[in-house]
Design a protein around this ligand. Structure first.
Ligand SMILES: Cc1ncc(COP(=O)(O)O)c(C=O)c1O
Length: 415
């Protein structure tokens, strides 16, 4: 008998029982209880008619969420970057020119993924916290004539949203495909996919959609689907005699091969991966919640909570980070006051108040905090409790903050 690696596992690890944290960072946020309930439902076989009906319903629901008529609207299994990677690896082949407007961590991620695909990446660099001038994007597109322009709508690292309608018009003028990362904006800000003329848009559940990370909603235009179809090579173990490789270069990833994933989500149900059933249930419930609330009301709720949070922070005497005219509705950056230990404040909020807020990355690490008001946590009580707790911690850290002003100002916004 081999020696057991753990002498008595049952006594060493407890059942999962997380503390009651209020997640007010840039995501993940607390999930809607209904989403968690949906995710506790029993599994189904992946070709069971009940399962394929659930997949079709999810496609219909996400057409509404993405404001699109795109037939190809479905889920990629994996976190938000699974959607990004699937989009870029399926569109791009080595040598393809790509333009990436980039002004934050997730712009850098798009550059990296595109260059891993072997694409020739031209970056239109913007200041972190600012908007990239559409003129600069147009100049790069006119010069490079890219196959794809890949852009982040709301870059969570900086809290700034880029002018996507403008970028869409530029792509249309030059015949480039437009990929948009809407991970942190879908379901909280307006993401009108068809109106923008976007060809692929992807997201995640863990922000404004109010679910856990692990499923990436995606939508593709007919043009994007045709490009990907031209690279279709069905895996040998599942191909039938009718599945001849198309002429295009094979997509470099099997897991993220959108041509094969689309075969699975189509009437053909050609087996690719084993669909992540529990994530499907969760993603479906996230979309059902949004549809019930109404897209316009959902967006208005995010705008109202974001304004109340920002107003409260200003009333506390804090300085907001970045170009406020282009700040995302659902997340705000705050300059950490001079002399304050930002990580200590975050730790005290967590241990004394059970509240999580975020820090940031790269040039903004240690410079700003980020507070999100998203999905299930986009609520008046969550805003007020967070402001009250931050005020208490800052005061006891020696920052002079007017007592009660933040909560009063935010309450005023909600009236
Ligand atoms: C704008 C944006 N894009 C991409 C990602 C990556 O998402 P994930 O961590 O789910 O892969 C995030 C995550 O915070 C994000 O905010």
């Amino acid at each position: 008998m081999p020696e057991p690696i753990l002498d008595d596992p049952a006594t060493r690890f407890q059942e999962i029982d997380p503390p009651p944290r209020l997640l007010m960072g840039p995501g993940p946020v607390n999930a809607y209880p209904r989403v968690l309930r949906a995710m506790s439902a029993q599994l189904l076989g992946q070709f069971d008619p009940e399962m394929t009906t659930c997949m079709n319903e999810t496609m219909a629901l996400y057409r509404h969420v993405f404001q699109t008529r795109n037939r190809w609207t479905f889920l990629v299994d994996g976190t938000a970057r699974a959607g990004i990677e699937a989009a870029l690896v399926s569109l791009l082949e080595p040598g393809d020119p790509v333009v990436v407007p980039s002004a934050g961590r997730f712009g850098l991620l798009l550059q990296e993924i595109a260059s891993r695909c072997g694409a020739e990446v031209t970056v239109v660099e913007g200041e972190w916290g600012g908007v990239i001038a559409p003129g600069a994007v147009e100049a790069a597109v006119a010069r490079v004539r890219p196959r794809v322009v890949a852009a982040v709508y709301g870059d969570t690292s900086t809290t700034i949203a880029q002018p996507m309608a403008e970028i869409g018009r530029i792509c249309a003028r030059y015949g480039a495909l437009l990929y948009v990362d809407a991970t942190a904006t879908l379901g909280g800000m307006d993401v009108p996919v068809d109106e923008w003329g976007a060809d692929i848009v992807t997201a995640g559940l863990q922000k404004c959609l109010g679910g856990p990370s692990g499923s990436a909603p995606i939508t593709l235009s007919e043009r994007a689907a045709a490009r990907i179809g031209s690279r279709r090579h069905v895996e040998r173990g599942i191909a039938s005699g009718a599945d001849h490789p198309s002429g295009g270069r094979r997509i470099a990833s099997n897991y993220f091969d959108l041509a094969m994933i689309m075969d699975y989500w189509s009437e053909r149900r050609l087996n690719h991966h084993t669909e992540a059933t529990t994530m499907l249930y969760g993603a479906r419930e996230c979309a059902r919640l949004l549809v019930e609330e109404g897209l316009a009301s959902r967006i208005a709720r995010h705008r109202a909570a974001g304004i109340a949070m920002a107003t409260g922070l200003r009333a506390m005497g804090l300085t907001l980070f970045g170009d406020q005219a282009h700040r995302m509705a659902n997340i705000v950056g705050i300059e950490i006051p001079t002399g304050v230990d930002g990580e200590r404040v975050r730790a005290r909020l967590r241990t004394e108040f059970e509240i999580e807020i975020g820090s940031s990355f790269g040039p903004l690490a240690g410079r700003i905090w980020r507070i999100g008001t998203m999905g299930y946590n986009c609520r008046r009580d969550a805003v007020l409790v967070t402001l009250g707790a931050l005020e208490a911690v800052l005061r006891t850290e020696g920052v002079r903050v007017p007592s009660g002003a933040a909560v009063d100002a935010a309450m005023g916004c909600f009236q």
